[in-house]
Design a binder for this molecule. Structure first.
Ligand code: 13P
Ligand code: SF4
Length: 305
């Protein structure tokens, strides 16, 4: 840890009245200085109750956009704007409008890992932690869901509803290719009394073979609640650092250490300090899009209370 950078950061945070929100996948040097760390849902909720003028968001761009959509009057800094989630680009507004027309106006539930213009034409916004709860509270039996086909499938299995994935092949490359059934089988052989957890963005075979499927923070809670010999984390490897810090006496390993989201890792402590010094790059959203997304997000959060 660079002590001089940390000192500058603390001084800037005081001067700017800033807080740092960081996703569970962020680099250790960021997790160590963040004011709040969490999954997408926790960070969005936290952003709504922050007493500060500036939010520095250490995560990918859709997460920083959610903080801005929920806090139009605050300055939201996203230190590396090209830290983006490739899953988001699978879904366009046009695809959503076409699907709604094809399926007689069925509700479109959009995963938060999506672009802001797509969110603005959707009906509900969910995270991996809230998808099943929200969908189960809708009266409709047919739901359109995108862009992640695996979360769509997981939500269908959890709720018993008919869910159509739009598009049919949207996926996160990290989870689709690095959280595999082969890894789960190998972990069962390798570890004594393992408790294997995977993210709902993982393929169906891996999810069915695991002991638990949940969001990043839901996995952290399971480690506290369940007794096991080894806790095996089947998601982006950054969560392992957070889990070990929270539970130093437990044996915690990555299902696949190569599961690295390069976009999440683009943000560094230095870039955070620079952004607070220069007060940029700021997240700016078109006002019409912002108010539409704000409305959809608040409606969605209300439904999962
Ligand atoms: P969580 O909301 O579970 O933290 O997931 C975010 C994400 O990007 C998963 O890849
Ligand atoms: Fe997007 Fe996958 Fe990275 Fe999560 S891990 S931010 S879904 S690319």
């Amino acid at each position: 840890m660079d002590d001089e950078l940390v000192r500058r950061l603390e001084e800037l945070k005081r001067r700017r009245r800033a807080v740092i929100l960081a996703h569970n996948y962020q680099l250790p040097e960021i997790q160590d200085v963040a004011d709040y760390i969490g999954d997408s849902l926790e960070l969005a909720k936290k952003s709504m109750s922050i007493d500060a003028d500036v939010i520095v968001f250490a995560g990918v761009s859709f997460m920083a956009e959610m903080a801005k959509a929920l806090n139009p009057d605050k300055i939201v800094l996203h230190p590396v704007p090209n830290s983006r989630c490739p899953l988001a680009d699978f879904l366009t507004p046009q695809q959503i409008l076409e699907a709604k027309e094809k399926y007689n106006g069925a509700p479109f539930v959009i995963y938060v890992n999506s672009n802001i213009d797509a969110k603005a034409v959707s009906d509900y916004i969910v995270t991996s932690a809230s998808a099943a709860k929200l969908v189960s509270r809708l009266d409709d039996e047919l739901i359109l869901f995108g862009p992640d086909k695996n979360l769509a499938d997981h939500t269908a299995l959890m709720t018993g509803k008919k869910i159509i994935a739009v598009p049919s092949n949207g996926h996160c490359p990290v989870h689709e290719y690095m959280v595999r059934i082969e890894d789960v089988i190998e972990a069962r052989k390798q570890y004594e009394n393992p408790y294997i957890m995977v993210h709902p963005e993982a393929p169906r075979e891996a999810r069915l073979a695991a002991d638990y499927v949940g969001s990043t923070s839901q996995m952290l809670r399971r480690i506290r609640e369940v007794e096991a010999g080894t806790y095996v984390i089947g998601t982006e490897e950054g969560l392992v650092y957070r889990a070990r810090k929270l539970y130093p006496s437990k044996n915690i390993v990555a299902l696949q250490p190569k599961a690295v989201c390069i976009d999440m890792k683009k943000i560094s402590l230095r870039r955070i300090v620079e952004s607070l010094e220069n007060m940029k790059p700021r997240v700016e959203l078109d006002p019409t899009v912002l108010s539409k997304v704000n409305e959809i997000l608040r409606r969605s959060l209300e439904l999962i209370k």
